[in-house]
Design a protein. Structure first.
Length: 542
């Protein structure tokens, strides 16, 4: 049997880095194909590949003289090559105990000679290998080694350039599609002129970009704009402080609108203000609605309806600025990493994590509200429950390890009728809770079975357990078990799970006793082979 390569010490981070390149399973690209042709021609080998080593396979981004796109990792020469930063050379695989019995050697491919130079990612991880392969034993000269190293450097540069281009394209697309106004202000010139505005600014204000650039930040002021608030904003900028307010602004047509303004200084590596970024969000409708609700509050008879409508509106209004804040923090993380010290970078990451958690809470509130009102779009279609859960949890398995998160599936697919995206969220919520409340190094088990004509999914942990009197309460909004609040749970995840499962015709429950762990379970109906996809609105409501 071939000797399987051990995992690199940084395997978890290496796979995360590989994922960040967004290159696996992408079509062939001429830049990489050209490199393999050069390797084959210059080194006179019949086979050359640009190989990326994934979790369970080696995948060929480019190859010359090889038809297949991937092979299992447990027989891959490249799985051995990524363990070192040095070039790996196998003069004759039949004489190497690691590969003598390898199917790539004994099989139709007939590999004899292998030379592989690791491809190093931006963070130092070896994510792949540039390979030169021959079907006959051979020696590799010092000049040939040098040539393969140079070609590997070119390959690494192409990979990093491709990643940077993707990131810039994503950033440009994100900024272009953000519904929030964004301006960049030059704080070093008099009157603080605007040097950039995004399409949303022009769309909301009516000013084309060419008319905005070079204009002072007061371009949107008008007759009834509060001058005191404007002076407070400029004073804060003079003190290099952030500032936020809501101002009455005017579009180019003269139409007034209410604008939520957030001005934030951007510092360089020396602590000097480099520029200011201004964020504006048109809150006219929100302010109008709030004003109307405030004026008529005493006349409203259904207080519960008022509360729910207001909450729903606020959630909608929060999502746009939160999305922008997360996008802006990502921009700063990506562009300022070389200029910030460790403490500043940690603070920036903490801010990003906190904003992400807040955004998740807002999203959960919105989804719960839509589920309660029957407005959540749910499309029920036939799917294999084993596959749905496997795909939903593969990142968590990669993160915590197969010994920490154990998936127990049968060999036979389980066809169900569900919304795969919503079902995946239910599973990840339950597994996330189980991992959070379980002691380190204890296993969380996810089991999929059939019971009484329905599919049954159970998630079992080794946590502190939950008293029986709390079993019903824990599925209610903001429901939390005493003694567990230190884990910063919003109390919304299980509410979403309950509503989402029931919306798909299933049930959810809990089996637990204090000190003996917990098992959360849910059922889903099996699929009729003839069932067509249908939305929840087509379902008969009870």
């Amino acid at each position: 049997m071939p000797i399987e390569a051990p995992l690199p010490a940084n395997e978890s981070q290496r796979l995360k880095t590989l994922d960040s390149y967004a290159i696996l399973d992408t079509p062939r690209e001429e830049n990489f194909d050209r490199i393999t042709r050069l390797v084959s021609r210059i080194l006179k080998v019949p086979i050359a590949t640009v190989t990326l080593v994934d979790k369970n396979r080696q995948w060929f981004k480019a190859s010359c003289g090889l038809e297949t796109r991937e092979t299992p990792r447990n027989i891959a020469f490249c799985a051995h090559a990524i363990l070192s930063d040095e070039m790996m050379i196998v003069p004759d695989a039949t004489q190497d105990p690691r590969f003598a019995d390898n199917p790539l050697v004994t099989g139709p491919l007939g590999v004899r000679f292998y030379a592989g130079m690791p491809l190093k990612a931006h963070d130092g991880s070896n994510i792949g290998v540039l390979c030169a392969i021959d079907r006959a034993p051979r020696k590799f000269t010092a000049k040939q080694k040098e040539l393969l190293k140079e070609l590997a450097h070119i390959t690494t540069s192409e990979l990093r350039l491709r990643r940077e281009t993707l990131e810039k394209n994503r950033l440009a697309t994100a900024i272009a599609h953000i519904a929030t106004q964004i301006v960049v202000i030059d704080c070093h010139q008099p009157h603080h002129p605007i040097v950039f505005c995004n399409p949303a600014f022009s769309e909301i204000t009516g000013y084309p970009q060419e008319e905005v650039i070079g204009q002072p930040i007061g371009i949107l002021q008008g007759e009834k704009t509060d001058p005191a608030a404007y002076h407070e904003m400029t004073a804060a900028m003079a003190k290099q402080q952030p500032y936020k307010t809501t101002l009455l602004h005017y579009r180019k047509t003269g139409e007034p609108f209410w604008n939520d303004i957030h001005i934030t200084p951007v510092f360089d590596e020396k602590g000097q203000v480099q520029t200011y970024v201004g964020i504006g969000y048109d809150v006219t409708e929100r302010k109008k609605s709030i004003d109307e609700l405030s004026a008529n509050y005493e006349q409203l008879k259904e207080m519960e309806t008022l509360r729910d409508n207001l909450t729903h509106m606020i959630i909608h209004d929060l999502r746009a600025p939160l999305s922008f804040i997360m996008g802006f923090l990502e921009i700063v993380e990506q562009t300022a990493v070389e200029r910030l010290n460790e403490m500043e970078m940690e603070a920036l990451q903490n801010a990003h994590d906190g904003t992400r958690q807040l955004n998740e809470m807002v999203t959960s509130l919105l989804d719960i509200s839509r589920l309660e009102s029957g407005k959540m779009p749910i499309t029920l279609a036939k799917a294999d429950l084993n596959r749905v859960i496997h795909d939903a949890l593969k990142k968590q398995v990669a993160l915590v390890g197969a010994s920490r998160l154990i998936l127990e599936f049968g060999e036979i697919p389980i066809p169900i009728r569900c919304d795969t995206g919503v079902t995946a969220r239910v599973v990840t919520n339950l597994v996330g809770n189980a991992l959070k409340f379980s002691p380190e190094k204890t296993a969380v088990k996810v089991r999929v079975t059939l019971k009484r004509g329905q599919a049954l999914v159970s998630v079992t942990d080794s946590g502190p357990g939950i008293a029986k009197e709390a079993h019903a309460m824990i599925f209610e909004k903001f429901g939390q078990v005493a003694g567990m609040r230190q884990l910063h749970s919003s109390g919304l995840g299980l509410t979403f799970c309950k509503l989402a499962v029931e919306a798909q015709g299933g049930k959810i429950g809990l089996e637990s006793d204090p000190g003996h762990g917990s098992t959360f379970w849910f059922t889903l109906p099996l699929a009729n082979p003839c069932d067509p996809p249908r939305s929840r609105k087509q379902e008969k409501q009870p």
